[in-house]
Design a protein around this ligand. Sequence first.
Ligand SMILES: [Zn+2]
Ligand SMILES: [Zn+2]
Length: 267
Amino acid sequence: MPTLTDYHMHTPLCQHATGPMDAYVERGIELGLREIGFACHNPLPRGLGGDVRMKESELDYYVRRVTDLQFHYRGKIDVLLGLEMDYVEGLEDYLARQASAYPWDYLIGSIHYLDTKCKLCAWSRSLPFDAEEQYIRYFTLLRKLTSSGLYDIVSHFDVPKRSGRIPGPRGREEMQRALEEIARANLCLEINTSGYRHPELLQPESYPSLPLIERALALDIPLVVNSDAHAPDQVGTKFTAMQDLLLRRGCRQLVRFESRQRITYAL
Ligand SMILES: [Zn+2]
Ligand SMILES: [Zn+2]
């Protein structure tokens, strides 16, 4: 897989990923990836969602570590500086400051919570509302993320399916609207291969699922393939299979990033 990039690698700073940061980079080199990028979970104010992300006081350190690795691996592989930045309604100003505080190569936008207190996980099986409401809330928030102007890449698009629950007709409708919104906003969509590692899915597949990838291709949405690695051996999960799948569906180009500029390259 000589051409792919993997822009979604975590670090132990988020408290639920393991392995030293260099081991992720080494794995990327071993796989022959073109570029790799760290995008660990961003800090939020007042300790919101604090058990699964770095602290505000750790953000400088994170940026410094990635920058050190950039120099260390120069000539072997390009290491990019990214961040997986949760979109939480009401925190737009805070997030905008985070977005402008460092020289990010790209910002990945994620919805992990269905509430502003960051307590209701988007793929929980035990929410105080039904599956239809779960999907409607999630995709409504995803549309707000998309139109916020804060992000370059939209992450794990249909992650509520990790709950094992399936959307009803309105949930499916919201899903299509969100995809169209991504096309309109000219954002990049991530094909996240971590679904192949999630046993709780009804079937092993990516986020988004294949029919949604086909729809994204029809809408000309720019794509990246990411592993969402939380351990070094997860870097590049299923990339060869995904590359084949994309080529078979007529996808001829992917995108890469540099200082938040999007650049197209041939697949
Ligand atoms: Zn994570
Ligand atoms: Zn995520």
